[in-house]
Design a protein around this ligand. Structure first.
Ligand SMILES: [Zn+2]
Ligand SMILES: [Zn+2]
Length: 355
């Protein structure tokens, strides 16, 4: 859309240029669109010759269908998290499956829709990679991925002393939900996880290793990376936690997932296990698995809060942030400038990444 807008901007004389729609207005319009939607995600590693042309093709067709979401396109493939109005789902599906790059691609449909709309705009971006993994793809065989595991197959890994299950997601994701007994590395990015995993798993080198992530995309790269690092028995959960939840339900299997599956849209999570496994970051007492961004924009810390603390702190992560926000605008601006220049570079921010 950005691309289309910038092209329009160069082609249209200044005085007839349409007024750009603000973010708030976009959100308001999206919220006003109350049509029932299907939230889905999919990815495919496929050679895309001209990512910009592909992006434009998707943008034109999917906006017609009223789709919203966050989609990354690169010469290595596509990674899409989006929603589609139910009334247009069939048309969307027919069109999408008719594209040579996407023919036969399976969708992972969200486990629950929730009250919150999953996305408020359609952003299709051309990137170098569809997942930020920090790896040099020419340095190893990225196509030598591990075999897939179904839900029934990964269930056999639990209680097997010769098997380990590894969570390939970031710590803020595994904190609210993970597989029973899984190794959950304390990392903030997938890049960091790939850096440390070969070392972390060293003591399990001869064991059967099962990797999992949200929808399966991260494990494609991670399994090839571990194999390259000498791990012979690496497999990964096909379709990730999202598909695991569907398979468990459809086949009446035992659900080994505890808590919530963190997702990268406005819902921030969907319930897979019935239990709440994490604790509020503010009081450290009450159980909660709901994430919030601190309302103080200078801070915007991503944290887990319980109902009590959210009420008590009015949505701020601390008393300090609550007070800072009451300061006059001029003073806040000065603080923001100081913060951006001096504090932010020192601070490691938790980044939300697609996966
Ligand atoms: Zn609390
Ligand atoms: Zn804060």
């Amino acid at each position: 859309m950005l691309l289309a807008m910038s092209q329009a901007a160069t082609a249209t004389p200044k005085e007839t240029r349409p007024t750009p729609i603000s973010r708030v207005e976009k959100r308001r319009r999206a919220q006003a669109d109350t049509r029932p939607r299907v939230t889905l995600s999919f990815y495919r590693y496929v050679r895309i010759v001209d990512p910009v042309a592909f992006q434009e093709r998707l943008q034109a067709a999917w906006s017609e269908f009223g789709c919203m979401g966050r989609i990354y396109v690169a010469s290595e493939g596509i990674n899409a998290q989006m929603n589609v109005p139910k009334v247009h789902f069939e048309a969307f599906d027919t069109w999408t499956q008719s594209q040579p790059e996407l023919a036969g691609v399976p969708y992972k449909i969200a486990v629950e829709e929730g009250d919150e709309v999953s996305f408020y705009k359609l952003a299709i971006k051309v990137k170098d990679k569809i997942v930020a993994d920090g790896l040099d793809d020419d340095s190893f065989d990225v196509t030598d991925t591990g075999e897939y595991l179904t839900a029934a197959e990964i269930n056999q890994y639990f209680d097997n002393p010769d098997a380990v299950i590894v969570d390939m997601r970031n710590s803020y994701e595994s904190e609210v939900g993970h597989f029973e007994g899984a190794i959950t590395p304390n990392v903030e990015t997938f890049r960091d996880e790939l850096m440390i995993t070969p070392q972390t798993l060293k003591i399990h080198k001869n064991k059967k290793i099962a990797l999992y992530c949200t929808g399966g995309i991260r494990c494609e790269k991670a399994s090839a990376w571990l194999k390259h690092n000498g791990y012979a028995h690496v497999k990964h959960l096909k379709g990730g936690i999202i598909d695991y939840a569907h398979q468990v339900k459809a086949q009446g299997l035992e659900n080994k997932f505890r808590g919530k599956n963190f997702v990268f849209d406005s819902r921030l999570g969907e319930r897979v296990g019935t239990d709440i496994i994490s604790t509020c970051h503010l009081c450290r007492v009450n159980k909660s698995d709901t994430h919030y961004h601190c309302l103080n924009q200078i801070c915007s810390t991503f944290y887990i809060g319980c109902d009590n603390c959210i009420k008590r702190r009015a949505g701020y992560c601390s008393r300090r942030c609550q007070l800072v926000n009451k300061l006059p605008a001029k003073q806040k601006k000065r603080m923001a400038r100081f913060y951006n220049l001096r504090i932010r570079p020192l601070r490691k921010f938790k980044k939300m990444r697609l996966g």
